[in-house]
Write a protein that binds this ligand. Structure first.
Ligand SMILES: Nc1ncnc2c1ncn2[C@@H]1O[C@H](COP(=O)(O)OP(=O)(O)OP(=O)(O)O)[C@@H](O)[C@H]1O
Length: 510
């Protein structure tokens, strides 16, 4: 409503119009007059008045019809209409209200009544208009809110989907790495799996996993993590022997931007990455001694500080460490800190070598035939009884990893036929298996450095107690002559002892 309210007077009697104009002249109103219904409608459409005084009985369109049409025009729909009539009966009033009038003024006019009714309805109309405006604002606000709610619901839905996908992934991972992934039903394995289950229920206990290479130390460590409540956070696997000493601090504790040349941004280290989860330290026996001291400090106070940074951060990490080294020997030789050992070995697990649980071979063979066969697109690979017997008689210096590799090779070599003993490529031949028809392999990368070749052979002999020419050839990828030369040299140096005169098998001197 403009500051001066506009009132439209519609009456076919000029006297009435004059009288009304006269009454309203000094009331601060703007007036428009129409002398019939048609003109009244035109002026109403053109000026959109704040109030209309409408005569009922007019030639042409009567007041009821005019009012009815006003209600149907979008611009005048809310404009209050007061009927003016000499008829004072209830019927005509009801009819008027039905047509959409807000009030009645009786003729002959009484000035105070006319003024009072006009004022009252202008005020009501003004308030109604304000209410309508507020309502529109509220509707608009409500729309915006609804849009926000919709957007939020979409985001929440997307988040929920992502969450479901993530937990499906972590479920898959947990299933993949769960305790069931560790195959075996020998007594020693059953006891071992019981220990793993107990450790899953003690998610804050650090664990030291000991065992020869290939016995499943990483598999067990993953099962400990993925079966515990820590599974929703990361399992970070680190091979301690593969980290260059100069990078070790940054790798473990992270670094800030500019800490050294090449540090172009902040980077979190293994401890922060594993926060809430598990840090798997493989080959812990090979961890440099200076790093052992720093690791011990983090294990004691749970606080890490990135290289070049001042801001420390508290982390909650379970350590599962593994080694195939003789850790007591390393402690004796002061190559491993005893205090760190006590921190890591909150609980200690010893994995048995495969040769001490040969009864697990059929299950393991079946497991690898199925899983590797599936990967290679071979549906039901089979094995001859002779091949299984050969597998059960071997002593597996490389443990389960070696068995897995044997089966993988045999699956390829057998080309879809049942796997026979001659498809098994044993690296370390025992007397019974020397008759096995071995396929020939081109040496991949011959081992030319004599010193490191000797170390490799001695490591093997120390681990297994024996070594022969065929094994040496396979280990170093060299020919028979070179293997003989190296074994004889170790023999002459007194590092190996010969067995019998004819067979070139050597033992560690008693
Ligand atoms: N009991 C088992 N059941 C099924 N697979 C096994 C088992 N033990 C070991 N494996 C498989 O053998 C391979 C070697 O296992 P893993 O890496 O856990 O051994 P490891 O003791 O950690 O070896 P390393 O000391 O050389 O790191 C992996 O492919 C693993 O899946």
């Amino acid at each position: 409503m403009s500051s001066i309210p506009l009132v439209l007077l519609v009456d076919d009697k000029p006297d009435n119009l004059d009288l009304l104009v006269n009454y309203l002249a000094e009331c601060g109103l703007e007036l428009k007059v129409a002398t019939d219904g048609e003109q009244g409608l035109e002026l109403a459409a053109e000026y959109v008045p704040d109030l209309i005084l409408l005569d009922v009985m007019m030639p042409g369109l009567n007041g009821y019809e005019v009012c009815d049409r006003l209600r149907n025009m979008p611009t005048t729909r809310h404009c209050p209409v007061i009927f003016m009539s000499a008829l004072n009966d209830t019927d005509s009033k009801v009819r008027g209200f039905d047509a959409g009038a807000v009030d009645f003024i009786s003729k002959p006019f009484q000035r105070p009544e006319v003024l009072a009714r006009i004022q009252a309805h202008l005020t009501i109309s003004q308030q109604k208009q304000q209410l309508r405006l507020k309502n529109q604002q509220l509707v608009q606000l409500n729309k915006e809110l609804q849009e926000q709610v919709n957007k939020r619901q979409q985001v929440e839905h997307a988040l929920q989907l992502a969450d479901e996908r993530l937990s499906a992934l972590s479920r898959q991972e947990a299933e993949h790495w769960g305790i069931d992934a560790f195959v075996g039903d020998s007594r020693v394995v059953v006891e071992l799996l019981e220990e793993v289950r107990n450790l899953q229920q003690a998610p804050d206990t650090n664990v030291l996993v000991l065992g020869e290479s290939g016995t499943g130390k990483e598999l067990v460590s993953r099962a400990i993590h993925f079966g515990s409540k820590r599974k929703l956070s990361a399992f970070v696997a680190v091979n301690c022997s593969a980290i260059p000493a100069e990078l070790a601090d940054a790798e473990f504790f992270g670094h800030v931007k500019g800490a050294y040349t090449g540090a172009t941004s902040d980077r979190s280290g293994y401890f922060v990455q594993a926060d809430g989860g598990t840090l798997f330290l493989d080959e812990i026996g090979d961890m440099p001694i200076h790093l052992q001291a720093k690791l011990l400090r983090v294990l004691e106070d749970g606080i890490v500080t990135p290289v070049g940074g001042r801001q420390s951060r508290r982390v909650n990490v379970r350590i599962v460490a593994a080694t195939n080294a003789d850790i007591s020997d390393k402690i004796r030789k002061q190559a491993f800190r005893q205090d760190l050992y006590f921190r890591l070995a909150g609980y200690q697990i010893q994995l048995p070598p495969l040769r001490e649980r040969l009864s697990d071979i059929p299950l393991l063979v079946d497991h690898f035939l199925t899983s590797l066969g599936r990967q290679m697109g071979k549906d039901y690979p089979t094995l001859t009884p002779q091949a299984l017997q050969a597998l059960q008689q071997y002593h597996y210096p490389g443990n389960v990893r070696e068995l897995k590799n044997l089966i993988e090779y045999a699956l390829i070599a057998s080309r879809g036929r049942p796997i026979g003993a001659h498809h098994l490529r044993f690296v370390d031949l025992s007397a019974e298996q020397s008759a096995v028809d071995l396929p020939y392999h081109e040496p991949a990368k011959p081992h030319s450095n004599t010193e490191s070749a000797e170390t490799l052979l001695m490591n093997y002999a120390n681990n297994t107690g024996r070594i022969d020419n065929t094994t040496a050839q396979a280990l170093l990828r060299v020919d028979h002559g070179r293997a003989s030369y190296l074994l004889k040299k170790l023999y002459k140096d007194g590092k190996l002892q010969k067995q019998g005169q004819r067979r070139w098998a050597f033992y560690i001197p008693a």
